[in-house]
Design a protein around this ligand. Structure first.
Ligand code: SF4
Length: 430
C-alpha cells in the first residue's frame, strides 16, 4: 500500500515538473513514506528522519515531508519531536505537500493528484479500497488509515486503461482488506464485479488482488479467480494464528476450522491455486501448545509462502491497552525460526513439483544479467534470453527449483500476448 501511495505522490510531483534526485542529501524535497506496522519499521523511519536533520540545517530551503502511517490524526507530538520537518501527511493525504510546493513554484496544483501519470513498471498497484474496519487487536492500521472507503469501479477501470496505454501488463488491486471492496458503494458491488470489469480492459494481461480477509472471502471472489481469464491463480489469505482462543483475543472473527474450510473451498474451485498467508507468533499469552497449533496449520495446509512475524506491541491498539506482551523475545525468535524452517521445507517440496513444467512468465526486468518475471502463481522465475524485452509474456520450461525461486529455459519467444488461454470465460456466475 505504501508503494502505491509513493507512486501516486511521485506522479503528482512529476506533474509539477519535479525530477528525481540521485541523493536525499542533495534533494530539494525529501518525502519519507513510513510504515509502523511493526516496531522495527518505526525505528527505521525514526533513524532515517533523524539523519535528514543536518542537511535541513545546512539548507533551510529544503522541504522535508513525513508521510504515511507514522502520522496519526494528531500530528502535534510529531511536530514537537521533529521540528525540522515541514509537512506531516496522513496516508493518501498528499494535499499539504502539493499545495506548499505549488505555492513555492507558482503553479496551479489542480489536477496533480489523480490516476497515475508517470511511466510505471510492467506490473503496478492500484489501491481500490482505503482503510480497514476490522480493528484486529494487534493492528495499528485502522487508527492510521481510517475506515474503509471504496473507489468507484468506473474510476478503477479508467485508471487500468490509462496504465495499459502506458505499457502496464499486470495490475494488483490493493486494499488492507480487499475482499470487503464495494460494501460502502451504492448497489450491490463487490470485488468479483470489479475483477470482471478490469478483466475486460484491453492491454491488461494479468490481475491480482491483495490482501484478503477470511471473513470476507466470498464465493464471488473465488469464482472470479476460477473463471476470469486474466485473474491469476494466487490468493494471500492471512490466518494469523492456529489456536481459537488466540484468534479470539486477536479479534479475527473466525476459527481454525472455519479458515480450513475456506482453504478447502478455494482449492476445490481453483485446483492450480497458489496460497500464501500471514501469521504472528508470540502474541500476548501465547502458550507452547497454542503456538504448536499455528505450526500445525503451516504443516497441514502447505502454503506456497508464509509471511511470518514475531508480535510487537503497537501503541494505541486494543492489545496494547488490554493485554500483556508476555512472551519472552527469545521464545518469539525460536517460534519464528520453527515456522520459517518448516515453511522452507514445504516451499522446496511444492516448488519441486513444477520441475519440467512450462510456465507463462510476465517479464519484469533483469538481475545479474538474467531475465526475471513471475508465473501466474506469483513465483519468481529466472531465465536467459537474447530476444526478450520487459513486458513480454514468455513460456519458460522449469529446470531448477528452490524454496525461493525457479529457473528455466526459454521455450517460446515473447510477442506480448499469452501463449495459451488458461481458463474459459464463464463469468456469468458472478
Ligand atoms: S484486517 Fe488486516 S489491516 Fe484490518 S485490522 Fe486486521 S490486520 Fe489490520
Amino acid at each position: 500500500m505504501n508503494k502505491a501511495d509513493s507512486d501516486r505522490l511521485c506522479s503528482a510531483l512529476d506533474q509539477l515538473g519535479l525530477v528525481p534526485s540521485p541523493s536525499r542529501n542533495d534533494a530539494d524535497i525529501v518525502v519519507l513514506n513510513t510504515c509502523v506496522v511493526r516496531q522495527n519499521a518505526e525505528d527505521k523511519a525514526v533513524g532515517t528522519l533523524t539523519s535528514l536533520k543536518p542537511s535541513k540545517e545546512s539548507n533551510p530551503e529544503k522541504v522535508i515531508a513525513l508521510m504515511g502511517c507514522m502520522v496519526g490524526p494528531n500530528a502535534e507530538p510529531l511536530e514537537r519531536r521533529f521540528p525540522f520537518v515541514d509537512v506531516f501527511m496522513r496516508p493518501q493525504q498528499y494535499d499539504p505537500l502539493i499545495n506548499l510546493l505549488s505555492e513555492r513554484l507558482g503553479v496551479d496544483p489542480e489536477g496533480c493528484i489523480g490516476p497515475l501519470s508517470a511511466a510505471p513498471s510492467v506490473s503496478t498497484f492500484i489501491p481500490i479500497i482505503h482503510g480497514c474496519d476490522k480493528f484486529c487487536s494487534f493492528c495499528i492500521i485502522p487508527y492510521r488509515r481510517g475506515r474503509e472507503t471504496s473507489r468507484e469501479i468506473s474510476e478503477i477501470v479508467y485508471e487500468s486503461e490509462m496504465l495499459a496505454a502506458r505499457g502496464v501488463k499486470e495490475v494488483t488491486l490493493l486494499g488492507q482488506n480487499v475482499d470487503s471492496y464495494g460494501h460502502d458503494l451504492p448497489g450491490s458491488v463487490n470485488l468479483g464485479n470489479l475483477l470482471a470489469a478490469v478483466n475486460e480492459v484491453k492491454g491488461i494481461e494479468r490481475i491480482r488482488f491483495l490482501t484478503s480477509h477470511p471473513n470476507d472471502m466470498d464465493d464471488s471472489i473465488i469464482e472470479a479467480v476460477a473463471n476470469l481469464e486474466k485473474v491469476c491463480e494466487h490468493i494471500n489469505l492471512p490466518f494469523q494464528a492456529g489456536d481459537d482462543d488466540i484468534l479470539q483475543s486477536m479479534r479475527r472473527g473466525y476459527t481454525n476450522l472455519e479458515y480450513r474450510k475456506i482453504i478447502d473451498k478455494i482449492r476445490y474451485k481453483v485446483p492450480k491455486v497458489s496460497l500464501s498467508t500471514d501469521l504472528i507468533v508470540g502474541f500476548c499469552g501465547e502458550t507452547e501448545d497454542q503456538f504448536k497449533a499455528t505450526l500445525r496449520m503451516v504443516s497441514d495446509i502447505k502454503f506456497d509462502k508464509v509471511h511470518s512475524a514475531a508480535y510487537s506491541t503497537r501503541e494505541g491498539t486494543i492489545a496494547d491497552r488490554k493485554m500483556i506482551d508476555n512472551v519472552p523475545e527469545d521464545i518469539k525468535k525460536d517460534r519464528l525460526k520453527q515456522i520459517n524452517d518448516e515453511q522452507e521445507r514445504i516451499s522446496a517440496e511444492i516448488n519441486g513439483r513444477v520441475l519440467g513444467e512450462r510456465h507463462e512468465i510476465l517479464v519484469e526486468g533483469t538481475k545479474d544479467g538474467r531475465w526475471f518475471g513471475r508465473n501466474r502463481n506469483d513465483k519468481l522465475v529466472f531465465f536467459d534470453s537474447n530476444t526478450t524485452s520487459k513486458g513480454d509474456l514468455e513460456v519458460v520450461k522449469i529446470e531448477e527449483t528452490s524454496p525461493w525461486f525457479l529457473q528455466g529455459t526459454l521455450i517460446q519467444a515473447g510477442n506480448g500476448s499469452p501463449s495459451e488461454p488458461t481458463k474459459s470465460l464463464t463469468i456469468n456466475t458472478l
